[in-house]
Write a protein that binds this ligand. Structure first.
Ligand code: UDP
Length: 331
């Protein structure tokens, strides 16, 4: 049985589908603060999924999972992930993302479970000193979200030394798109991300799409990011799990497409895929946005055999179907 914490959320739910497709049994642990019960119900219809509602900050909640099921390995997503909120309320991030993970790791050791795939982030690098960013790039996060994740990476290193806990840390860049059958998708409340925001303007759920600054030091003046498709990302988690099973070694991998797209590029792709004009305006920069972030993901390709297969057009197209499907019930 694989324990997926945060399996009712965006990337977690796509990874659950990928694991079910590989005939794995899954138990989801989620406090449903950002995840959705509807998502769990959808996943239960797809395959062998159990669900326990609980919170990482309560060690009794986690112990209940390990007492109820024979867990072979953990894929750990559950976390808060809004950079701006982490600056305003750092304690929330350290308590949940860092201390909560410590509870999880201690419980794993107690129940002799020693394999974990961890959802880390390119935010652990901070302002890039060079691009594309590889795994050797210095880690100097510029916000508590990034720091809360970096602290976990360091704790995992120490738990490997002390207890032989093997961990794969996956540092994601930007994530986009949804399940090609639109069973699950990106469902954040409030939504802050680029592609859903453009699409919400296109279908009239938001008035006008706002570009946060066009005076950056990039070719068209807007920020450049690396948008990896969520189904490709889910596949990387399965490969990481299989790597842990066969190699039993800790490691870290960047996950990105190695291609930078500017905000304007993404906007143009959306207009092209939807075949319609979308209202936009340029506003002030959003605080804390670096001009350019994109990955060198060569290590994941060579060691894990990961092959990101979907294009940005695929991501926009699936995300659009999801927005249309959910136009009336989620924000
Ligand atoms: N962005 C934007 N308008 C929006 C949302 C995002 O211009 O409504 C920009 C944002 O400033 C950043 C890029 O799009 O340069 C990606 O932002 P997102 O929040 O999707 O991901 P992040 O890079 O913060 O993880």
């Amino acid at each position: 049985m694989i324990l997926v914490t945060g399996g009712a959320g965006y990337i977690g739910s796509h990874t659950v589908i990928n694991l079910l497709n590989a005939n794995k049994k899954v138990v989801i642990f989620d406090n449903l603060e950002n995840g959705h019960l509807e998502t769990v119900e959808t996943l239960k219809k797809i395959g062998n999924v159990e669900f326990i509602k609980g919170d990482l900050r309560n060690i009794e909640d986690i112990e209940k999972v390990f007492k109820s099921y024979k867990i072979d390995a953990v894929v750990h997503f559950a976390a808060f992930a809004l950079v701006g909120e982490s600056v305003e309320n750092p304690g929330k991030y350290y308590r949940n993302n860092t201390f909560g993970t410590l509870n999880l790791l201690d419980t794993m050791i107690k129940f002799n479970v020693k394999k974990i795939v961890f959802s880390s982030t390119c935010a652990t690098y901070g302002e890039p000193q060079y691009t594309p960013i590889d795994e050797k790039h210095p880690q100097s996060p510029i916000n508590p979200y990034g720091t809360s994740k970096l602290m976990v990476e360091m704790i995992m290193r120490d738990y490997d030394r002390a207890y032989g806990l093997k961990s794969i840390k996956l540092r994601y860049f930007n994530v986009a798109g949804c399940d090609n059958q639109t069973r699950v998708g990106e469902w954040h409340e409030p939504e802050t991300h680029l592609i859903p925001n453009i699409l919400k303007s296109a279908i009239g759920k938001e008035k006008i799409f706002k570009i946060f600054g066009d005076d950056y030091d990039t070719p068209d003046g807007t920020c450049i990011r690396d948008y990896v498709n969520v189904e490709d990302l889910a596949q990387a988690h399965r490969l990481a799990l299989e790597y842990l099973e066969t190699e039993n070694k800790s490691d870290v991998f960047n996950l990105g497409t190695e291609k930078g797209d500017s905000v304007k590029n993404i906007f143009d792709v959306c207009e092209k895929v939807l075949n319609k004009k979308i209202a936009k305006e340029v506003v002030e920069r959003r605080p804390g946005d670096p001009a350019m972030l994109f990955a060198n993901a060569n290590k994941a390709k060579t060691i894990l055999g990961w092959k990101p297969a979907r294009t940005i057009e695929d991501s926009v197209s699936s995300a659009y179907k999801w927005e249309l499907k959910n136009k009336n019930f989620c924000n």
